[in-house]
Write a protein that binds this ligand. Structure first.
Ligand code: BT5
Length: 320
């Protein structure tokens, strides 16, 4: 109901309680209650005895009704679970993904303003204070598990495109899941899944974007390697617009992926690559391999040319 009240408040400068109560078929007291609810969410609404209610400003929050307004996707973000604070959107999304039959559809989004235990890969921590964009998308692709690296790569392209559209800054992609600006990490992607031998049950793609974070607020041990969009552009980025643009780009590339058009996504990935052509060291858990990053293959694996000239294919690892 608060959402409906908001719709009318947006349509005109002032609207009276009486008109609202008529349009919505509720009492004026009920209208007043909904107005209070909106105020509690952070909407600034003033009231004039003669003219009625007037929406003055929206909160800078990633509220579902803000993200969904004008969102041009078909299914990504059509259902949003929003939390002012959460342990981790990926943990919540994984729990929800188990309930597909109960209306947790493909494209369901979990989003929060702040994570108390944000997750990176391999048990690493992800620093997630207020001001960032921390979200997870639930997917049920009818694809084999070998597609997971491709999903991470296409997500990276969607993030780069969204940042570029909203800020004019062109980030780079460090294989497999880092988005960099000036060699520093501005976004990380965490793709998790449950699968049978030859078919994925669900995938959760977690994306963390350092939007409006002050540099000195990053923990000391990661300060040197981190950056935020606010730092680079010198002003606050509109997080709702960025989140919305990202969801639109994400759906576009995910559709391409499902139609087996990964080669065209990879072409774009290569345009933004920070990795290819560089001498790198890759931590593969049990060993570290050194070589030149010469290519990404059609499955999303990194092709490394070792010092002895031999090529090796790396499906997952961390460039150190
Ligand atoms: C990642 O892991 O880069 C994946 C990060 C995914 C975060 C999102 S937020 C929404 C969703 N919910 C979650 O709980 N997670 C996802 P990895 O490649 O393992 O990188 C982790 C490393 O990045 C850490 O060990 C730090 O060195 C560094 N790091 C931590 N927080 C950072 C931040 N805010 N910005 C840049 N670097 C950070």
């Amino acid at each position: 109901m608060a959402k409906d009240v908001l719709k009318y408040l947006r349509e005109r400068e002032y609207i009276s309680g009486e008109v609202l109560s008529r349009k919505l078929g509720i009492s004026r007291v009920a209208v007043w209650k909904q107005i209070q609810k909106l105020k509690d969410m952070g909407y600034r609404i003033i009231s004039d005895q003669n003219l009625g209610y007037c929406l003055v400003s929206r909160p800078d929050l990633l509220l579902p009704q803000e993200i969904q307004r004008g969102l041009s996707t078909t299914y990504i973000g059509k259902k949003i679970f929003y939390f002012p604070e959460l342990e981790s959107t990926n943990i919540m999304a994984k729990e929800k993904a188990l309930h597909r039959a109960e209306g947790i559809d493909e494209g369901t989004l979990i989003i929060t303003e702040k994570q108390s235990a944000g997750k990176g890969r391999l048990g690493r921590k992800w620093f997630s204070p207020t001001g960032g964009i921390w979200l997870s998308i639930i997917l049920y692709p009818q694809l084999p598990p070998s597609y997971i690296p491709r999903i991470t790569l296409m997500t990276a392209v969607a993030v780069v495109k969204a940042i570029k559209i909203c800020t004019q800054i062109e980030p780079q992609i460090k294989w497999p899941n880092d988005i960099l600006i000036s060699e520093k990490k501005v976004c990380g992607i965490l793709t998790e899944m449950s699968a049978e031998l030859d078919m994925i049950n669900w995938v959760v793609v977690g994306i963390g974007i350092n939007a409006n974070i002050e540099h000195q607020d990053f923990p000391e041990d990661i300060q040197e390697n981190t950056i935020s969009l606010k730092e680079v552009s010198g002003k606050e980025v509109l997080r709702v617009k960025l989140a919305k643009t990202f969801l639109q780009e994400f759906e576009k590339y995910y559709e391409k992926l499902k139609k087996k058009e990964f080669p065209s996504i990879l072409k774009e990935w290569k345009l933004y690559s920070h990795t290819l052509g560089r001498k790198i060291r890759v931590d593969m858990g049990e060993r570290i391999i050194t070589g030149e990053a010469v290519n990404i293959n059609e499955e999303g694996a990194l092709i490394l040319k070792k010092e002895d000239g031999k090529l090796i294919e790396i499906i997952s690892g961390t460039i150190v």
